[in-house]
Write a protein that binds this ligand. Structure first.
Ligand SMILES: Nc1ncnc2c1ncn2[C@@H]1O[C@H](COP(=O)(O)OP(=O)(O)OP(=O)(O)O)[C@@H](O)[C@H]1O
Ligand SMILES: [Mg+2]
Length: 358
């Protein structure tokens, strides 16, 4: 699939934008703070329902305005589809798919497939486990929208169970916990099954993409660390009851799990350099794109925010080669020696105006 056109009204620093893109590599270049990343943000909102920079949609509304509008036209199976997003202050955003209102995020997912890499993603490898869980859940949701439902229900039950554990009422606590655990079992199973299957696939692809980009031979190994073994969910929950009552909170479950990422058997959190982390996450995201393609039969669009300018020339070249056949959006503050070719198209971004250069 590919993104053909995007229209913006009062989105970030874009008063009005209406621009066509190409199926190959689209390079958005220009000085800092001109609106390059804002375009990627708008594309991602249409695809995945949220910004990759802020949690509050209303921050994307142009200063002094009351609403922002995004419309994306993308080609899929030789047909043009449209996604519209209207963001209003203090309201839930409204979505339309081919003119028909969509009621939930779940309906939006599965239309336009997009994978994003932004400099923030380095944190996924480096910082706390919640970012790694969010990354994993986000990617799985794109493939399997029913996973979103399971995750939501699981989170709600955990919240209720925690509230019970914190409550002063002591009588019948064990019986009530038993009832919660019974409900939790199938959701935990579903979440673990999907997360572990995803990690398995990620391992298969990530080394390939990593070697393509780095030109090196380092070996990446990603491991899922579960706090409740998949084979004995009920028994483990049962065993934890006394501890949970004593601690006033849930002791284990997918909301406590983590992922280990190793390069040549060394934990990246402790040993990897900035450059290594960047190349690693770039390879991880490219692997995510391959997995999404394999699962959906559609080749997703890749958004690369600000990675290009930081790669050395060899890696830049390797990256472009590895991305052949994929529609990619690359933002860069360097005006570049990159030449326009049949596959590489340049756009200059300046003060919320985009000018095609090839
Ligand atoms: N809600 C908003 N309304 C109007 N302008 C905004 C809004 N949010 C951000 N901006 C403006 O958008 C600009 C930043 O855009 P963006 O992040 O896309 O820059 P960029 O071209 O990617 O820059 P860099 O090269 O530094 O990454 C800033 O000038 C900022 O003031
Ligand atoms: Mg930027």
């Amino acid at each position: 699939m590919f993104l053909k056109n995007i229209r913006l009204i009062h989105f970030r620093n874009y008063e009005q934008l209406n621009i066509d893109f190409y199926p190959g590599i689209n390079i958005l270049y220009g000085r800092n703070a001109q609106g390059k990343t804002n375009v990627l943000e708008a594309i991602n909102i249409c695809a995945n329902g949220k910004s990759f920079r802020v949690n509050t949609d209303s921050k994307t509304i142009m200063f002094e305005q009351n609403e922002a509008y995004i419309k994306a036209a993308f080609e899929r199976n030789e047909q043009i589809n449209h996604i519209e997003v209207l963001i209003e202050k203090e309201k839930k955003k409204s979505l339309k798919i081919n003119g028909i209102p969509a009621r939930s995020l779940r309906e939006l997912l599965g239309n336009l497939y997009v994978v994003v890499f932004s400099p923030e993603d380095i944190k996924t490898a480096k910082e706390g486990p919640s970012l790694r869980r969010a990354f994993l859940d986000g990617e799985i949701s794109k493939i399997r929208p029913s996973y979103v439902d399971a995750l939501k229900k699981y989170t709600r039950i955990i919240a209720e169970k925690n509230a019970l554990l914190r409550s002063k009422r002591v009588d019948k606590k064990e019986i009530m916990l038993e009832a919660y655990n019974e409900q939790l079992e199938s959701y935990i199973k579903m979440i673990l099954k999907n997360r572990k299957a995803y990690i398995k696939k990620l391992n298969e692809y990530v080394n390939e993409t990593h070697q393509e980009i780095s030109g090196g031979t380092e070996k990446i190994n990603i491991r899922y660390k579960e706090s409740i073994p998949e084979e004995s969910i009920r028994e483990t929950l049962q065993k934890l009851v006394k501890k949970e009552i004593a601690d006033f909170s849930c002791a284990a479950g997918p909301h406590r799990d983590d992922i280990d990422i190793m390069i040549n058997d060394k934990d990246v959190r402790v040993y990897a350099s900035q450059g290594q982390l960047r190349t690693l996450m770039l390879a991880v995201k490219t692997a995510c794109l391959r997995i999404l393609e394999e699962s959906t039969g559609e080749r997703p669009v890749l958004l690369l925010d600000d990675v290009f300018s930081e790669l050395d020339d060899a890696r830049k070249k390797n990256l472009l080669k590895a991305l052949k056949g994929i529609q990619v959006f690359i933002t860069t503050a360097g005006t570049e020696k990159i030449e326009s070719t049949e596959h590489v198209h340049k756009f200059e971004v300046s003060g919320g105006i985009i000018t095609p250069k090839s």
